[in-house]
Write a new protein. Structure first.
Length: 250
């Protein structure tokens, strides 16, 4: 198959491109650097020629409410226009577990993206992923208040980016789901505890405070907010294995 990966040079995209090429597919990583811009429409018509599957991993450069919504709506409309002209048979998108439950700007924008996908008329698959292990440091930074880090006690089930790429690869080469699949890591706990483990291993001296009212990028969490429902696809890489792999790469 010919597969175009929008955002194919990013964290998940680069791993996905390698996996799909190993499976023998013709894969084009597309990004503004390669002359493909989903916001302006530049390069979309050419890159879509003869394409069977499009995987959308693009992300907004700004997380400001209005900007992120405009990004996903504009990008989606331009993508679907080009895909429709080219006769693309399957659109795959990576989204987030909990888009329909959390009321913050980024989640609202992802939900708008999902609505466009469902309305496009193109067979589709949406992969809802939990947060990546790779962003534990970002979560800690966002919760920093002076010399302390205040973090939610809500349930959390992070996943390694390698497991995300593997799941997206499987969905990409399969038949369109015309629905949503959820993926998550193999361990569930409290958000505060995962980040505390991460910071302890990094030797970070900050005091970590468990705070039921601490927000997660603007939203308070409960034990259902950002964890999957029944029967998600679980990754194979647990926290200890993932952290050890990061040390080996350093």
């Amino acid at each position: 198959m010919k597969i175009v990966v929008i955002g194919g040079t990013g964290l998940i995209g680069s791993k996905l491109v390698n996996k799909l090429r190993q499976l023998g597919h013709e894969v084009t990583p597309a990004s503004p650097a390669s002359g493909v811009n989903t916001i302006t429409g530049e390069g979309l018509t050419d890159v879509m020629k003869g394409t069977d599957v499009v995987v959308d991993l693009a992300n907004s450069p700004s997380f400001e409410d209005k900007a992120v919504l405009e990004f996903f709506e504009t990008s989606g409309r331009n993508l679907f226009a080009a895909e429709t002209r080219a006769g693309v048979k399957h659109h795959v998108a990576l989204s987030i577990v909990g888009t329909e439950r959390l009321d913050n700007g980024y989640f609202r924008a992802k939900l708008a993206q999902e609505r466009l996908i469902k309305q496009s008329g193109i067979p589709y698959s949406i992969v809802h992923s939990t947060q990546f292990f790779e962003f534990l440091g970002t979560i800690a930074a966002a919760g920093t208040v002076g010399d302390e880090i205040h973090l939610s006690t809500g349930a959390f089930q992070p996943i390694a980016s390698d497991d995300v790429a593997a799941a997206v690869a499987d969905v990409t080469v399969g038949a369109p789901l015309n629905g949503i699949i959820e993926i998550a890591g193999p361990e569930r706990g409290r958000l505060v505890d995962f980040v505390k483990r991460y910071l302890a291993k990094k030797g970070d001296p900050h005091k970590v405070v468990a705070d039921v009212h601490a927000t997660y990028f603007g939203s308070e969490l409960n034990d259902q907010s950002i964890v999957p429902g029944e029967n998600p696809r679980l990754g194979k890489i647990d926290f200890e294995t993932w952290f050890s792999s990061q040390l080996q790469k350093a």
